[in-house]
Design a protein around this ligand. Structure first.
Ligand SMILES: [Zn+2]
Length: 246
């Protein structure tokens, strides 16, 4: 993608690139537009259309494959209740108005839940997890969605890219990695289900939405279903409401 194509893609997404439009020339308008996109998609905000940003841009503007129609986003705030045997309706997250769950042609058959392994009562951001994962040599944050303690659902790695969250059983392929902030007691080491009520609701909502969006999903699991070495996500998904949606 050259700069003109990046600008054109931003315009397609209704993001301004300045008064001269898609002119292919670098400048404050183009940089600001890229920054708006990066902010909106949870990417590192530097105003530069690098590899990650271009991948996310392509994903954002790529039409879904024939036979896999893009879900009607206007209807997505209400879970497709008739599809599932649900005990109740999940409340949408507080940032539902700005949240975009992007479609992908990547084959998805499973959602795997994680915790950030952070102390209960403490807030952390996608940027924090991205920095930790980059320190471990990952190209980006390993999870696709991160649930804040206040229930906001944030975008991590673009959904079109394979995650880095469950290498233990070769489970990065074909899966969506989701993570909630918390998962460890105040001592910093004891695994603990620290989910706030807002997080529980948003995790249920997101699981429902992803299942409605990716019809190939056959399983909703937790990291600890694949490794005995980790307690993550500090509860058993199979015994939780999010594991009982199938
Ligand atoms: Zn995990």
């Amino acid at each position: 993608m050259n700069l003109r194509e990046v600008q054109a893609a931003l315009l397609l997404l209704a993001i301004s690139v300045g008064p001269t439009g898609a002119d292919g020339r670098p400048g404050p308008g183009a940089k600001a537009g890229i920054e708006v996109f990066q902010q909106r998609y949870g990417l590192f905000v530097d105003g530069i259309a690098g590899r990650q940003t271009i991948a996310a841009l392509k994903q954002a503007i790529t039409a879904p494959k024939p036979g896999r129609p893009e879900p009607d986003k206007s209807a997505m705030a209400v879970p497709a209740l008739s599809l599932y045997r649900l005990g109740g309706v999940a409340a949408p997250p507080p940032n539902v108005a700005s949240l975009q769950l992007l479609a992908t042609a990547r084959a998805i058959d499973e959602i795997i839940w994680h915790c950030a392994a952070t102390r209960e009562g403490q807030n952390f951001t996608v940027a924090d997890i991205r920095a930790w994962h980059k320190q471990r040599g990952f190209s980006d944050v390993g999870y696709h969605y991160i649930i804040y303690r206040d229930g906001r659902i944030m975008l991590g790695r673009p959904i079109g890219q394979q995650g880095a969250h469950c290498a233990d059983a070769g489970k990065n392929r074909g899966t969506i990695g989701c993570c909630y902030i918390g998962g460890v007691a105040a001592d910093g080491k004891t695994p603990k289900d620290t989910r706030t009520p807002a997080q529980r609701a948003s995790m249920l909502w997101l699981t429902q939405q992803l299942m409605a969006q990716h019809r190939g999903i056959k399983r909703v699991t937790g990291h600890n279903d694949y490794t005995n070495a980790k307690a993550c996500p500090s509860f058993k998904v199979g015994k939780d409401e999010i594991g009982r949606l199938m």
